[in-house]
Design a protein around this ligand. Structure first.
Ligand SMILES: [Ca+2]
Ligand SMILES: [Ca+2]
Length: 302
């Protein structure tokens, strides 16, 4: 498409946005949405589709209503979202359709950043949740208003698993505090998810609760009792900056051998080497859950 055609299309899309799905958005937020559209029109290097061996990448941008990072039944697509495929050779731009689907085709093989503008009042869903690439979210915030996924496009490949979930941000000033293990054990209705994946194994809420209530010397129970609440706190929207790396390490520890010592119930002895590795992670998670690290406890906010 020529630059003039692109400009015309961008103008028309802006019009559609104004009349359609963004009608309810406040003027300031709307301006923020439309400024990048204008810069798209002026972008010098529009990449060409590849003459042969083109790759296809898609395909879904959606409203992750329950914030669990998984495309659940009934969660709607986000239409007219601007999606860019950026490589060293230039930028392809497209938009999601009425159902929230997008597709780049004819991409020359190579490395791409697939970028979606973060809609006003929303934030990207947690990535790689639930274990099914077709249903998970792939974009992480880049700090500049985009959710970004990196893709290595091979010749003739077809990848429709690059998806972008967005969840409503907590209202400004409405800081979310952490819950202790006891809080999450006694408030199943407050869980932000219906299932949770620990060490690569997925548990329903009731299964996870049953493990949380179990007592014993098995240190996988101990790790489970701090890791699950920490993950629930993050999913509920508490500041995760100081604890995400520990959560990842604890999930690796809870995975099956040869990587880890899990799953929960694997009878790790308190005096074992495994627990020497695991205990510092558990202590960090425990401190986080009790509001002693980067997020206050929910009790302190009440
Ligand atoms: Ca969801
Ligand atoms: Ca995906």
């Amino acid at each position: 498409m020529s630059r003039e055609e692109r400009s015309a299309e961008v103008e028309e899309r802006s019009e559609q946005l104004l009349r359609g799905p963004l009608q309810h958005v406040r003027a300031a937020a709307l301006a923020a949405v439309l400024v990048p559209l204008a810069s798209v029109a002026a972008a010098p290097a529009m990449a060409q589709t590849c003459a042969s061996g083109g790759a296809t990448v898609g395909d879904f941008v959606w409203h992750d209503a329950n914030g669990n990072g998984v495309q659940d039944a009934g969660e709607p697509g986000i239409s007219s979202a601007v999606v860019s495929a950026v490589s060293a050779d230039g930028t392809h731009v497209t938009y999601t359709d009425e159902m929230g689907y997008y597709l780049f085709y004819g991409l020359c093989p190579g490395e791409y950043r697939i970028e979606v503008q973060i809609p006003p009042g929303m934030q990207p869903s947690p990535v790689s949740q639930g274990g099914d690439p077709a249903l998970d979210s792939n974009g992480a915030p880049d700090g500049a208003g985009h959710s970004v996924a990196r893709v290595q496009a091979e010749a003739w490949s077809y990848d429709d698993s690059i998806d972008f979930g967005f969840v409503e941000s907590a209202p400004p000033g409405g800081e979310v505090g952490t819950g202790t293990p006891g809080y999450w054990m006694n408030h199943p209705e407050a869980w932000p998810v219906e299932e949770i994946t620990v060490g690569g194994k997925t548990y329903s809420k009731s299964e996870a609760l049953a493990w949380l209530w179990k007592k014993g010397a098995d240190r996988t129970l101990t790790m489970f009792s701090s890791l699950v609440p920490a993950m629930l706190n993050v999913l509920a929207g508490t500041d995760a900056s100081c604890v995400q790396a520990t959560i990842d390490a604890a999930n690796a520890w809870m995975s099956a051998p040869p990587v880890g010592y899990g799953p929960v119930g694997s009878r790790v002895h308190p005096a074992s080497y495994a627990w020497k590795v695991g205990e510092p992670l558990h202590r960090t998670l425990d401190n986080y859950n009790n509001g002693m690290l980067c997020a206050p406890s929910r009790d302190a906010l009440e």
